[in-house]
Design a protein around this ligand. Structure first.
Ligand SMILES: [Fe+2]
Length: 317
């Protein structure tokens, strides 16, 4: 009961702070001010005006398996998100503007992919479950939960699931390189477990790097973020040019998203609508560990500067 009371007080405080921060109302071509701004006439919900946040949350389990030829050498892939218009998605998940794919991948027990390479694409694999091995450019690296693998454009690679019983599961992120981009020559790997946590960003985010020395074509970074037991992240919004994705890896969180509250279970991801109208805050209302894979792709210089300031300890490429 005491926890419920504290939680209610914290949530009310959050909304008050958010409202007081809205003195300057950003306008992005909307006729009405969204209901998140607590100004006399605008402290109601406006379903006809408010962003439909359900278009920006998606579970890979709601996507069919990619048909036709297998991707990335043989991973069985299902989409969290796919290319679309993040300002006006045609269906849930159609929100990617800058990266090419954000998928869940699975490799059957005791199997391996074909050797493969991509001339114009780079791929980041985050190992969410299982054990295995990756081989590329003469390097062999063991894989387990928490390992990240960065494959630059042009490099041949191959994955192995070395467990006879369990799947090897990964989040697979793909970007297309620009015409003048010079990719790395070697694979980069690492684990969040080898990175020091940095606490305090947005009140409660505890961030860890995953792989050092990656070179993306986009202004893109990935990290593992946790929120400690019974804590709440600062609600905040993002604007045009920002592609930010949170994929739940451990636990089942509460998500404040716009003016709605959702469960976010493992296997679900959300992308923040880039319209400065939808606050997001991940809440760990439990005593259990919670963890997300964070992706920040920042094409807006104002947002980039803000993030540089906040993320002094983070390793952005
Ligand atoms: Fe954010």
């Amino acid at each position: 009961m005491k926890k419920v009371l504290i939680f209610t007080v914290v949530l009310c405080t959050v909304f008050s702070l958010l409202a007081s921060a809205q003195g300057k109302i950003p306008q992005f071509g909307q006729d009405k001010i969204p209901s998140y701004f607590e100004l006399d006439d605008y402290n109601h919900r406006y379903p006809e005006t408010d962003t439909n946040v359900e278009m920006y949350m998606h579970s890979y389990l709601e996507s069919p398996v990619h048909s036709g030829s297998v991707r990335h050498g043989g991973w069985i892939e299902r989409e969290y998100f796919f290319p679309g218009d993040p300002t006006n998605p045609s269906r849930p998940g159609a929100v990617l503007k800058y990266i090419k794919a954000y998928n869940h991948g699975k490799l059957d027990p005791d199997t391996y992919t074909q050797k493969t390479s991509h001339e114009k694409e780079q791929v980041f694999f985050y190992i969410a479950k299982g054990v295995g091995r990756v081989e590329a450019g003469g390097k062999k690296v063991d894989l387990s939960e928490g390992t990240g693998v960065f494959i630059p454009a042009g490099l041949e690679y191959q994955f192995f699931n070395t467990c006879p019983k369990h799947y090897l599961e990964a989040v697979i992120i793909e970007e297309e390189i620009s015409s003048d981009f010079k990719p790395l020559k070697e694979m980069k790997t690492g684990s969040y477990k080898d990175h020091i946590p940095h606490a305090g960003m947005h009140w409660a985010h505890i961030g860890r790097g995953i792989v050092d020395g990656m070179k993306f074509s986009n202004p893109l970074g990935v990290a593992i973020v946790s929120v400690d037991a019974f804590d709440i992240a600062q609600p905040h919004m993002h604007g045009p040019g920002v592609e930010e994705i949170w994929c739940q890896l451990k636990g089942k969180s509460l998500l404040l998203f716009g003016n709605r509250l959702f469960w976010q279970p493992v296997g679900t991801a959300f992308l923040i609508p880039p319209n400065f109208c939808v606050p997001h805050s991940s809440i760990n209302h439990t005593d259990e560990p919670m963890q997300w894979l964070y992706l920040g792709n920042r094409h807006d210089p104002r947002e980039s500067r803000k993030m540089e300031y906040h993320n002094k300890g983070w390793n952005w490429e």
